[in-house]
Ligand binder design. Sequence first.
Ligand code: RM4
Ligand code: MN
Ligand code: MN
Length: 436
Amino acid sequence: MDTARSIETKIDQDLIAKANAKLAGDLEHDYAALGKQLARQGIDIEQIAEKVARFGVAIPSWGVGTGGTRFGRFPGKGEPRHVFDKLEDCAVIHQLTGATPAVSLHFPWDEPDDAAALRAKGEALGLGFAAVNSNTFQDQKGQARSYKFGSLTHTDAAVREQAVAHNLHCIELGKKLGADEITVWIADGANFPGQQHTARAFERYIDALARIRAALPKTWRMMIEHKMYEPAFYATVNQDWGSSLLAAQTLGPQVFCLVDLGHHAPNVNIEMIVARLIHAGKLGGFHFNDSRYGDDDLDAGSINPFRLFLVFNELVDAEWRKVKGLKLSHMLDQSHNVTDPIESLMTSAVELQRAYAQALLVNRDGLDMLQTANDALGATMVLKRAFTADVSPIMAMARSRKGAAIDPVAVFRASGYRAGCAARRPAQQSSGGGIV
Ligand code: RM4
Ligand code: MN
Ligand code: MN
């Protein structure tokens, strides 16, 4: 969805236009200079800019509230109180970046009293609904059975039943909102060797997922998300991409693997996992974030931008090879503990576009030749050349042409939006996502 279609703009469009006018001259100059530089490599900057402009990533509704750790949470002023407030913040992110046209909701955190009203609000704000997420990793008030020892893979069939029913409910809600995907991440696992029967837990996982899949509309996809550890510290049931792929293959054509960049051991080669899942026709999408040690949920590109580039390099390569049936859902999954979530989400979306733009600069035919000739240094230099290019003017131009902000953070700060939120949203317990 385009910002131009948005009815309720939260930040004065005039403020954006005025701020852009001040920067437009420099941007034209930088864009033209980069265009000349790329032309010498046979690259048409306009083609890159068009692709970057079309790139969108979904905002996780749980990311717009201040995050926390198990040691504490330090909420900022003007946090969203409920899903409607969250949508407004997401609309601001999209208004200023033009890069986040959809929102990924998490139930029951975002459970609406009136799904039609929520859908209408999204439409009014120019936002669509990406994958819905089920939550069977926390007990909710009034819930009959506890997830302390698992959900979809629990030893007690009644608990599994409850967890399946929740997922079916999420699908129903998603249908009402116009979504067409569900992401299932479970916390099920064990803290101690021997606690859980490794093989049987996985069998129960497949059985429960098969029941959810049976309720999927034909046009829907289910994505399953692996995670190495946390909250289970010895083993998780869907621990790694191998388990995830096995489950997705067993479950058939509507089930795909979702890669959350933070869900692997620190030195794992994620770009290779991406390539393998593409090969298997089972890569469904991403939860983008960055990490140094574990599932840190830091801002995309903030710790290891080269790794992010290498992931996008695989995606662009697959596009270049015209891999059939590749459909990817891009989502952020981050926790913002010390920054304004809106600022973090805006810059993260831009960092994804940066990695994408850089990957588009890779001379694929040249790389192919160098690889065939076993020219290791030459080949790696092709990637480095693309990665070290400053493509900022491309993203800025894409934003400017959409009426979004050339400098989103500066406009956000000048807009007083957060102070306005603080005045109209009295502090209270966040409605979820801010606490994990
Ligand atoms: C998990 C996982 C899921 C997300 C929850 C909040 O670690 O990344 O995708 O739904 O956190
Ligand atoms: Mn995730
Ligand atoms: Mn995670």
